[in-house]
Design a protein around this ligand. Structure first.
Ligand code: HEM
Length: 530
């Protein structure tokens, strides 16, 4: 469950079910394999195999699972060949964005998929995405609600997952005016500078002791602290362990979400999940509430004069929804920075060029600052190129709020939509050598601005696009610049320095590294020494 604020646990659950595809197809009486049973158990479900292949159970109409929707009069987008019950589930593999990409390169950029009992539109090109993000922005400005979502930690009451409506509009406005707007980002600059300095001190220490650094872990701590301080005026990674507890609860809730979302795939069987997991879900929510309540109470007692987002939320709404931003902003940004550093280590020429640029603009006597970033175009290109290749939220989900048409195809109301940002940003029709790390491509002015607008979409787009993109860019650029300015890096835990970083993304919904990035830092410039 890492980094998937911007993704969806629904697909996470689907992926785990892949070994079961043979066993759940009704006309091929294959006994459930061990892998299937294990997958089901890992989702916390009792033996589904028994339910599907076994004797009928009162209250569950198995034939319902076979029913196709009455869509015959509609001109639906093309569909790959489907199997009964599971539909297209058998076409997916644990690396979801990859299997989505394979489907679109074989069958086209707009596909109608049936995943168990769920229906889903798969969007995989910039021109199709512009239909969702721009032409029909309002129609696609909701997110799908999954089974039992309301019983989960965030459910539909969170900002990220909220259906389009008053609450979402309220949160969006608040975010833009009070936290992520240009003026607010200006005000919170000191927080980011202090946290970057803290990180550099830690890395300096590692370097002086010749110890190995868990790059991802430290970056996560940094983004945690920055978000937490910006939102709640509190540093989270302090010794009292609140941050740890918070992260654990978030993780637990994502795991539970995966179990409960399983209900969406089961269709008629979905009540089952809640009988078993409902209580557990309530329990996680309750513990999170307790933690948050304590933080809020401390917050009120401190009564600092500088108002932060939490004060405003307390005042305006008496709501405690800030944790959403915490989830959305932390893992994603840290993950993206880790990939950027990894690509720079695998491309020493790019590293050298970035450092030369920094030294020519900043010099060697002070640390690079946020205000230097506009003068560092190559650095910005490096960060963009890493986001293009490794978008932390590779697939974003939307829901169609009303019947509409895309390129002549009918999209029924309430269809879930998966937009494969990963595929769009590696589309060979839009990018030369799409799988190669070439920051220079962002330095060449593009001929057709309008068309290129939706080729680069790591933050999604439209009114439901990421409101944190300016903050994320500014944090990423500054942190990467400092890491390049101050240190040389030897890859690997043993520190011989000649290894390449393994750039294989992990499986599932997220875009995390298979292996954690371990490095030995060597000080190149100590800006605190003077
Ligand atoms: C590199 C870092 C980040 C990436 C790649 C990223 C990516 C995304 C994506 C792809 C979406 C879905 C957009 C869509 O459906 O069109 C999203 C939504 C969101 N992101 Fe980010 N994000 C990042 C950092 C942040 C930060 C720093 C924050 C705030 C502190 C944030 C807050 C949000 C919120 C609140 C939403 C939900 C918006 C809504 O539903 O209206 N993100 N992000």
């Amino acid at each position: 469950g890492r980094s998937h604020a911007c993704g969806s646990t629904f697909f996470g659950a689907l992926v785990q079910l892949i070994p079961c595809r043979a066993a759940v197809a009704p006309f091929t009486p294959v006994p459930p394999s061990e892998a299937c049973c294990n997958a089901i158990k890992s989702l916390g479900q009792p033996c589904l195999c028994v339910l599907v292949n076994g004797p009928p159970i009162t209250g569950i109409d198995r034939s319902m699972a076979l029913q196709l929707p009455d869509n015959t009069h509609l001109n639906l987008p093309p569909s790959p060949p489907a199997l009964p019950i599971i539909g297209h589930l058998h076409l997916l593999t644990p690396s979801l964005f990859n299997s989505f990409s394979n489907l679109s390169s074989k069958y086209g950029p707009l596909l109608y998929l049936r995943l168990g009992a769920a229906r889903c539109l798969l969007v995989s090109s910039a021109s199709m995405a512009s239909e969702v993000f721009k032409t029909h922005d309002l129609a696609f400005s909701s997110r799908p609600v999954f089974a039992f979502a309301d019983k989960l930690l965030y459910g539909t009451s969170g900002f990220i997952t909220a259906p389009y409506g008053d609450y979402w509009r309220f949160m969006k406005k608040l975010c833009v005016t009070e936290l992520l707007g240009v003026r607010q980002l200006e005000r919170s600059r000191t927080i980011r500078r202090e946290e970057l300095r803290r990180l550099l001190v830690i890395v300096m220490e590692k370097a002086s002791k010749n110890e190995v650094l868990d790059v991802g872990g430290e970056l996560m701590r940094l983004t945690n602290n920055v978000t937490c301080r910006m939102v709640m005026s509190t540093r989270c990674s302090e010794d009292d362990g609140d941050a740890e507890r918070c992260r654990e609860l978030v993780k637990e809730s994502f795991e539970l979400a995966a179990k409960l979302c399983f209900g969406d795939v089961l269709g008629p069987l979905k009540k089952l999940g809640f009988w078993i997991y409902g209580k557990q879900a309530m329990n996680v929510s309750k513990r999170f509430d307790e933690l948050l309540e304590r933080v809020l109470k401390e917050h009120e007692e401190r009564a600092e004069k500088d108002e932060d987002l939490m004060d405003i939320l307390l005042k305006v709404y008496r709501a405690e929804k800030a944790e959403d931003l915490f989830i959305a902003g932390t893992d994603t940004t840290a993950e993206a920075m880790q990939w950027t550093i990894a690509e720079l280590l695998n491309h020493p020429d790019a590293f050298k060029r970035a450092r030369q640029e920094i030294e020519s603009v900043v010099g060697r006597s002070r640390l690079v600052e946020e205000s230097d970033i506009p003068s560092l175009p190559y650095l910005q290109a490096v960060v963009k190129e890493a986001l293009r290749l490794y978008p932390p939220g590779p697939v974003t989900t939307r829901e169609c709020r009303q019947n509409c048409r895309i390129k002549g195809f009918d999209i029924p109301e309430k269809t879930a939509v998966a937009i494969n940002l990963y595929a769009i940003m590696r589309d060979p029709d839009a990018w030369d050598n799409p799988n190669e790390f070439r920051p220079e491509r962002f330095l060449i002015p593009s001929r057709d601005q309008e068309q290129n607008l939706f080729n680069f979409v790591p933050f999604g787009a439209g009114r439901r696009g990421c409101p944190g993109s300016v903050l994320a860019f500014s944090l990423m650029n500054t942190v990467i610049a400092a890491m390049v300015q101050c240190f040389d890096w030897k890859v690997g835990g043993d520190g011989d320095g000649d290894q390449k970083v393994d750039m294989q993304p992990g499986s599932g919904m997220s875009m995390s590294m298979v292996q954690p990035l371990l490095c030995h830092p060597v000080v190149h410039l100590n800006p605190f020494a003077a």
